[in-house]
Design a protein around this ligand. Structure first.
Ligand code: SF4
Length: 299
C-alpha cells in the first residue's frame, strides 16, 4: 500500500485449486511475451500491470492475471518474510495504481485477443505485486471485470488472492463475497507469529480478523502458509501443535468453503526459512479433514 494505509494480500476448487506460490511459479515459467521483472534473487518478482499471463497449468487450466498494483514495485499491507515480491522497503512502488479505466480497457483488449486467438481462460485471477484490495476502486473494478467476464468468457471463474486486511470495509467484503473464489490468507492466529512473519504494516487485530472471516464463512477459502526455520535469530515454525491447534479452532469458527495449505516454493527474502515437510503438511491436512472441511495441499 503506497497509501497512507498500505496493506495486502488465488477457484470452485474443481476448476481452480492451487497455491499462491504455485501460481506465481506458473507465471514465472510463462511467456516471454509478457516479461516479468526479476530483481537480484529468483525470489523477487515484480509482475506486469494491470494484466499479465495467461498462465498455462494442467492443474489450474488457463489463468489470466489481473494486477491492480503499480507496475514498478510492491504495495502491500503485509510485509511477509517469505514474500516473492521481496520486502516492502526494498521494492517500493513509485508509479501510481492503474486506473479503473486502464485496468478494464487492458482486460477487454486481452479478452478480445483471447477470444480471437485463444487460449480460452478458465479463471481471471486478481494477484500480482501486493494486496489487490488496496486499490481504492477495487469494488468497482471487480464489478467491471465481472461484466467483461460475462460478456467474453461467461464460464471463466474469478478469483482473488488477498491477505484479508481490508475485509473490515463493507464494500471490499461485498465485492469479495461475489467472486467465485475469494482466497484469504490466515497463516496463524498467534499475534506474535503474525508480527514476526506476516508483519502487518498498519492496524491488525486477530480477533477482529476472525470476526469478519466468520461473517464471510462458507463463501471464502482460507489459505495458510506453513514453514519453519529462522528469521533474525528467532525460531520460525507454525507447524507445531502450539500453532496448529488454535488455527484449527479458528477454522471451526470460520467454517470456510475450503482450506488451502501450502509451503515455501522458492527462495525467500529472509534467507533461513525452510519448507514444511510433506509429512507435516499431510498431518495438518488430516486434522482439517476431521473438522469436515475440504482441504488442498501444495507441497
Ligand atoms: S506474500 Fe505477504 S507481503 Fe507478499 S504480497 Fe502476499 S500478503 Fe503481501
Amino acid at each position: 500500500m503506497g497509501f497512507p494505509f498500505l496493506y495486502h494480500n488465488v477457484l470452485s476448487f474443481t476448476l481452480f485449486i492451487g497455491s499462491y506460490s504455485l501460481i506465481r511459479n506458473k507465471i514465472l515459467n510463462f511467456a516471454p511475451k509478457f516479461p516479468l521483472r526479476r530483481y537480484g534473487k529468483m525470489s523477487t518478482v515484480i509482475y506486469p500491470s494491470p494484466i499479465f499471463g495467461p498462465i498455462h497449468s494442467r492443474r489450474l487450466g488457463v489463468s489470466l492475471g489481473i494486477n491492480l498494483l503499480p507496475a514498478d514495485g510492491k504495495v502491500c499491507s503485509f510485509d511477509c518474510i517469505y514474500c516473492e515480491c521481496g520486502y516492502n522497503a526494498t521494492h517500493r512502488a513509485h508509479l501510481k495504481f492503474p486506473t479503473r479505466t486502464e485496468v478494464l480497457e487492458a482486460l477487454e483488449k486481452r479478452l478480445q485477443d483471447m477470444q480471437q486467438n485463444g487460449p480460452k481462460p478458465d479463471v481471471l485471477t486478481f494477484a500480482g505485486n501486493g494486496e489487490p484490495t488496496l486499490h481504492p476502486h477495487f469494488p468497482e473494478i471487480m464489478a467491471g471485470v465481472t461484466t467483461l467476464r460475462d460478456q467474453y468468457f461467461p464460464e471463466a471463474k474469478i478469483s482473488v488472492l488477498s491477505n484479508a486486511t481490508r475485509i473490515n470495509d463493507e464494500k471490499v467484503r461485498e465485492a469479495l463475497l461475489h467472486v467465485d473464489n475469494a482466497i484469504l490468507k490466515l497463516d496463524t492466529v498467534d499475534a506474535g507469529y503474525i508480527a514476526k512473519t506476516d508483519r502487518p504494516v498498519g492496524h491488525y487485530d486477530v480477533e477482529e480478523q476472525l470476526h469478519w472471516l466468520e461473517v464471510m464463512g462458507e463463501h471464502i477459502i482460507i489459505q495458510t502458509m506453513f514453514m519453519q526455520g529462522m528469521h533474525e535469530g528467532e525460531d520460525i515454525n507454525n507447524c507445531t501443535p502450539e500453532f496448529v491447534n488454535p488455527w484449527l479452532d479458528a477454522l471451526k469458527r470460520i467454517n470456510p468453503r475450503q482450506v488451502m495449505i501450502y509451503t515455501i516454493d522458492r527462495e525467500t527474502p529472509s534467507p533461513c526459512l525452510e519448507k514444511a515437510t510433506h509429512e507435516q503438511l499431510d498431518a495438518i491436512a488430516e486434522q482439517v479433514r476431521t473438522l469436515g472441511l475440504e482441504v488442498s495441499v501444495s507441497y
